[in-house]
Design a protein around this ligand. Structure first.
Ligand code: ADP
Length: 551
């Protein structure tokens, strides 16, 4: 029997229509550095998104599933592109501005982007790529920045404001199939070549609803969210779409992502929520310790993208900011788990233990653990295996451009269609995920696994350690052993023996897991999205570039 319910497609244009009317007075506030922040209401964003869609269609010939790329910071124009491009039926492709130039060019060509909307400040990055971009027909520039870098670009260059000026401020958005492509994002390639993930209108709509649940971020129109996580990094974790559903104001840092301006914008605009990867928070913490500001408005902080060190969580707790840990990936839109403790643990000693897990799965995400031989592992909080997930906002394949061999590589998708995350961990009987490592980072020592993350967290809880990364290095006897690379705080006198003793203290780390190879580094190399880049450390070790002490 068929249901008797209306079949209304879940479209991004509907999120836009809702946000720009019901929540028309909510604001996107873009930080401008020295001057007044730019304030634009959701109603204005809606009108300008319609104007942009007209310009793209009528002036630049964008139609069907043409890809329109953005090379942009988090700001109001980027939000306009987020809504205009998918709503008109085209595909938004957010480009990661921190990628090496060759990778960026490869990705633009792979996605066959026709138009690039670029912030003026990023022209020096785009201009040298242009001769290598095969599909780009138009460039649209927004905001301040010297345009001369584009002299002789070879393709028409347009000013965003001139292009949209005078266009109608409404658009008859097409009634699309909700499963059509809305946006695409390439994985940042922490562990291999970038791969294109294509989100549908339906997946983004459902994901946005999940982001808004109290179980996840649970924000309302009384909130302002400081969206530090870039719009090119998994759609800023879904925040631009989710906020348009509920009227949450967005505070956008644009290019001012350094700790000092972030602290200033928090003090000035008083956001209640913020979202970013741990490295941003480490920097902010150091800044706030050195130069305290009034950050009392910020009570909820979502941290994900890599494991949040428990020491960081405690430090923010002490500042009155409650950290909520979350796990996800480009392939999961990204919301996969959120660490909200269960009711019975609140106010007990167990609460913190729940908060430092990666979190529990929402109703829309099914999970299973697979052992090395392909066997299903129990949710007993002890059996560690590779996490596989399935759900309406989980990728089932990669974008198949002309030079991709397979849509569904066997190391990424199981035969029955689940996403293999490459993350190794346990699940407790009540559904909380604890990641012990990435499959590629885990240290395989004498047939046993050592978690690099556990060692890093233990090291970073030492008061004199600013940052620490642990990687597997080849070992004649054990196959692999951990190498500890440590960044000490200024003025620290800690030596390796005392750090090792600290790890062994109170049985924090089992004796056989203690690293015997140690080195001091100036900073941990980071990937384009601020994660520890262990590939670089492994390479440096192999090349003999690290000054390693053996205990
Ligand atoms: P990339 O794989 O290129 O780094 P993603 O941004 O998609 O790009 O990264 C997803 C990965 O980041 C996950 O598979 C996981 O390894 C890691 N990750 C994300 N959130 C967390 C977290 N809270 N704790 C530990 N690891 C995390």
């Amino acid at each position: 029997m068929l249901s008797t319910m209306q079949d209304v497609p879940l479209l991004i244009s509907r999120i836009l229509a809702h946000g720009s009317t019901i929540h028309g007075t909510s604001q996107v506030i873009t930080w401008t550095g020295e001057g007044e922040p730019q304030r634009r209401s959701f109603a204005e964003i809606g009108a300008r998104a319609a104007q942009l869609a007209h310009a793209l269609r009528e002036d630049l010939g964008v139609r069907d599933d043409h890809r329109v790329a953005t090379l942009a910071w988090n700001n109001a124009e980027h939000v306009e592109a987020y809504f205009a491009i998918p709503s008109m039926g085209a595909v938004l492709h957010t480009l990661n501005l921190r990628l090496p130039a060759e990778q960026l060019a490869w990705i633009v060509n792979h996605a066959a982007d026709r138009v690039v909307i670029v912030n003026g400040s990023l022209l020096p990055l785009l201009a040298p790529l242009l001769p290598h971009l095969k599909s780009v027909e138009h460039i649209v520039v927004t905001g301040p920045g010297d345009r001369s870098a584009l002299d002789g670009a070879g393709v028409p260059v347009h000013e965003y404001e001139e292009l949209i000026a005078g266009k109608p401020d409404t658009y008859d958005w097409p009634e699309l199939d909700e499963r059509t492509a809305a946006a695409m994002c390439y994985t940042s390639g922490t562990t291999g070549d970038p791969k294109g993930v294509v989100y549908s209108h339906r997946s983004i709509y459902l994901h946005s609803m999940q982001v808004n649940m109290a179980e996840s971020m649970g924000l309302t129109d009384q909130d302002t969210s400081l969206v530090v996580v870039p719009q090119f990094h998994v759609n800023a974790w879904g925040l631009p779409h989710a906020t348009f559903m509920t009227g949450v104001n967005m505070l956008m840092p644009d290019r001012f992502l350094q700790p000092a301006p972030l602290a200033e914008m928090i003090a000035a605009e008083r956001p209640t929520h913020a979202a970013a990867v741990p490295t941003i928070w480490q920097g902010l913490l150091a800044e706030l310790t050195a130069r305290p500001r009034d950050v009392s408005s910020l009570t909820q902080v979502t941290i994900g993208g890599s494991a949040c060190p428990p020491s960081l969580m405690r430090a923010f707790d002490a500042l009155g900011m409650r950290v909520c840990h979350a796990w996800g990936m480009t392939e999961t839109s990204p919301l996969g788990t959120v660490a909200r403790p269960p009711a019975h643990a609140i106010g007990t000693d167990e609460e913190f233990a729940y908060r430092v897990t990666q979190g529990r799965f929402p109703a829309g995400v099914e999970a299973r653990l697979t052992g090395p031989g392909g066997e299903r592992l129990p949710w007993d909080g002890e059996s560690a295996g590779e996490l596989e997930v399935r759900g309406a906002w989980i990728a089932g394949a990669y974008y198949n451009g002309p030079d991709t061999e397979s849509l569904r590589p066997a190391d990424k998708f199981s035969e029955d269609g689940w996403l293999k995350t490459g993350d190794v961990g346990t699940i407790s009987p009540d559904g909380y995920l604890t990641l012990t490592d990435r499959a590629k980072d885990v240290i395989k020592s004498g047939g046993e696994w050592i978690s690099s993350v556990e060692l890093e967290n233990a090291l970073m809880s030492h008061p004199e350690v600013a940052e620490a990364a642990v990687v597997a290095v080849p070992d004649d006897k054990w196959g692999e052993r951990p190498l500890a690379t440590v960044v000490l705080r200024e003025g620290s006198t800690a030596d390796f023996a005392s750090l090792r003793a600290f790890l062994a203290d109170e049985g924090k780390i089992a004796k056989w897991q203690l690293p015997e190879r140690w080195t001091i580094i100036e900073s941990v190399p980071k990937t384009s999205v601020g994660k520890f880049d262990k590939k670089v450390l492994r390479r440096q070790y192999a090349a003999g570039d690290l000054d390693v002490t053996r205990l």
